[in-house]
Design a protein around this ligand. Structure first.
Ligand SMILES: *Cc1c(COP(=O)(O)O)cnc(C)c1O
Length: 384
């Protein structure tokens, strides 16, 4: 772990030197062909060892407080490579129920082809996970805060459970970002990010990252070279540039999300607000223990008198888009996007109602954001 503070690490760690022109920022090396010197030293993009990729790996490892990191072309490439490298035919793995839709599809669609079995924990308590552990279980995979209800899983409790059963642990830390939550400090082995979200932060890069100890990274690396979820040099360069402002972006997003949550909790047209920073959130105490900020994501249940599609149309600043975590605020309708493939019954069971809206707070003026939502709520009542 670097002795520098996070802001300094985000700016300076892993910068690629420019020995010829002495430019202040990393030059970009687009080469896919490098001189062959030695069998141990083959530089190639898919080996995640070109200058921009290596610099980026150093920076990301340092901001999560891990020994090493690997970068990928998407968050799902990071998820897939981490899981497949840690599972063999006949193995079993325990998943938290409220995981990202893409990860759920991966498990449901692909795992049986590899003879890998899995269970979903019924809830987020340690006992829910414990009940799923079998003789052939190899690991536990969690996500916290979860999408879209921002539920919190107790990382320390899960890592203790895993250690006493000789299992590895993985967490998808995308929603928290490394500014608000560093799972390795709580005993989690492997930390995964969709860097398409907060690490990138400008809705213009597709990337993923994994951070872990040398042992775990070595294992993931062997599969990474074969699975080939390579990040492009340009994305690697852009991501390094983006991470320089990660702390100030995320803190501003935390602040806006908390203000929006407080504002909307009192709003007459909002029946419920899901935000781990609110005292009313069911997992607030756990969040307080393991997060240094509560993140930029929140969900709201709007009154049944309001037409959700009209609400999206009537937002003027907040964009109704699929993704999240950019500097611009966005709104999303889980029923028709992330949770569309679920049946109505499954959605009801997970608590995803037809009036649930997920918000990703950006860095606009909070007053503008509040009045944008307020206006949209006032003008979107169903015609009777
Ligand atoms: C977006 C996302 C992913 C997948 O990342 P991609 O970059 O889209 O492949 C994984 N987990 C979470 C929590 C996400 O939000």
């Amino acid at each position: 772990m670097s002795q520098h503070k996070i802001e300094t690490i985000c700016l300076h760690h892993g910068t690629v030197e420019d020995p010829i022109h002495k430019g202040a920022i990393s030059p970009i090396y687009m080469s896919t062909a490098y001189q062959f010197n030695d069998v141990k030293e083959k530089k190639y993009p898919r080996y995640i060892n070109t200058p921009n990729q290596e610099g980026l790996c150093k920076k990301i490892a340092a901001i999560e407080g891990g020994e090493h990191a690997l970068v990928f072309g998407s968050g799902m490439a990071a998820v897939t490579t981490s899981l497949l490298s840690h599972l063999n035919s006949g193995d079993h793995v325990v998943f938290y129920n409220d995981i990202y839709g893409g990860t759920r599809n991966l498990i449901k669609k692909e795992f049986s082809n590899y003879n890998i079995s899995y269970s979903f924990a019924a809830g987020s308590s340690v006992d829910d996970f414990k009940a799923c552990i079998k003789k052939k279980t190899k690991g536990i995979y969690i996500e916290s805060p979860s999408n879209p209800l921002l539920k919190i899983v107790d990382m320390k409790a899960i890592s203790d459970l895993a250690k006493s059963n000789n299992l590895w642990t993985m967490i998808d830390n995308t929603f928290a970002s490394p500014i608000n939550q560093n799972p390795i400090a709580f005993g989690i082995d492997i930390v995964i990010h969709s860097a398409t979200k907060y690490l990138g932060g400008h809705s213009d890069i597709s990337a993923g990252a994994v951070i872990a100890s040398r042992n775990h990274i070595d294992r993931i690396y062997e599969s990474a070279k074969n699975l080939g979820g390579t990040i492009s040099e340009f994305s690697a360069w852009l991501l390094e540039r983006s991470i320089k402002t990660l702390p100030i972006r995320v803190r501003e997003q935390n602040k806006n999300a908390l203000e929006l949550a407080n504002f909307l909790e009192k709003h007459s047209q909002v029946s419920k607000v899901f935000y781990p920073g609110l005292v009313s959130h069911e997992d607030h105490e756990i969040a307080k223990n393991q997060m240094s900020g509560y993140g930029g994501m929140l969900s709201i249940e709007i009154s049944s008198k309001i037409d959700p599609s009209l609400f999206f149309k009537n937002l003027k600043i907040i964009k109704p888009v699929m993704s999240l975590a950019g500097v611009e605020s966005t709104a999303n309708y889980p029923k028709l996007t992330s949770h569309f493939s679920l049946t109505q019954e499954e959605r009801d069971h997970q608590g995803i109602s037809d009036h649930l809206i997920r918000l990703s707070a950006g860095i606009e003026s909070i007053e503008d954001l509040k009045s944008d939502i307020d206006n949209a709520l006032k003008t979107s009542v169903y015609e009777s």
